[in-house]
Design a protein around this ligand. Structure first.
Ligand SMILES: [Mn+2]
Length: 248
């Protein structure tokens, strides 16, 4: 069993060093390779820099990525764990045969308990992220958003998302990206806690388990692979990797 994990690609955002169209191209190529190897794929949040669903409209700038995900999910079990930028999923992602999880995903592999979440909810310092999540989970703001023309709605979202990024980038992130709240999850008996959100690629032993911070597909182009042997954190462009065996 091989579980692939990717997070924080922020497709649709062109604020990074590499434009979204280039990151999308690399991701489509990555999915084609992964299709021959992965048994499962977990998209661990902030795959889209902003996602909002309408009854009759699909955002056209996501066409290429949605097409690739649709092809992939037809063959490989795929999960979408919502991040603070793409919380508003309402049936369309599911229609691509992708299982949607709004909070977290728990799996058992070879007797080991695996916990996956985007991670923003486990932090209380990231105000920008919390604001976006609040807006996307608030019934009134969602109803208001629906009344706006989709082109304008996506422009507003782009503006809000950039503002949120500026706010959160002014908060210093510790070199160890594990939030203290993760300790309680290990105490519940999980062998792996895997989170995205910080964009920091990080893999280490914690409390007789493994903590994985899945980095991003924005600057680092990370993907992780979880097997019965252990956990591997990869840098797609350089081929660099870090691997840990499960503690015995
Ligand atoms: Mn996030």
């Amino acid at each position: 069993m091989k579980i692939y994990v990717v997070s924080d690609s922020h497709f649709g955002s062109d604020n990074g060093r590499i434009p979204s169209s280039e990151r999308e191209k690399l991701f489509v190529e990555f999915l084609e390779k992964a299709r021959g190897d992965a048994d499962r794929l977990i998209l661990l949040g902030d795959i889209f820099d902003f996602w909002f669903e309408y009854k009759h409209v699909i955002p056209s700038h996501f066409f290429r990525i949605l097409k690739a995900l649709d092809n992939f999910a037809a063959h490989i079990e795929t999960h979408f764990v919502a991040g603070n930028h793409d919380l508003w999923v309402d049936g369309f992602i599911e229609s691509l045969n992708i299982a949607v999880h709004r909070d977290c995903l728990e799996l058992v592999m070879d007797g080991r308990r695996l916990f996956f979440a985007h991670g923003d909810k486990l932090r209380n310092t990231d105000l920008g992220g919390k604001t976006v999540r609040f807006l996307l989970s608030n019934k009134i703001s969602i109803a208001l958003f629906w009344l706006i023309h989709p082109d304008l709605a996506y422009e507003i979202a782009r503006f809000a998302s950039n503002a949120s990024r500026r706010r959160s980038s002014s908060i210093s992130i510790p070199s160890n990206p594990m939030p203290s709240a993760a300790a309680a999850i290990f105490d519940e008996g999980f062998d792996l806690v895997s989170l995205g959100h910080t964009h920091i690629p990080y893999l280490d032993y914690v409390k007789n388990g493994i903590f994985l911070s899945t980095g991003d597909w924005y600057h680092n182009f990370n993907y992780s692979v979880i097997t019965e042997d252990g956990v591997e954190l990869n840098w797609y462009l350089t081929g660099e990797k870090k691997k840990l065996k499960w503690p015995t």
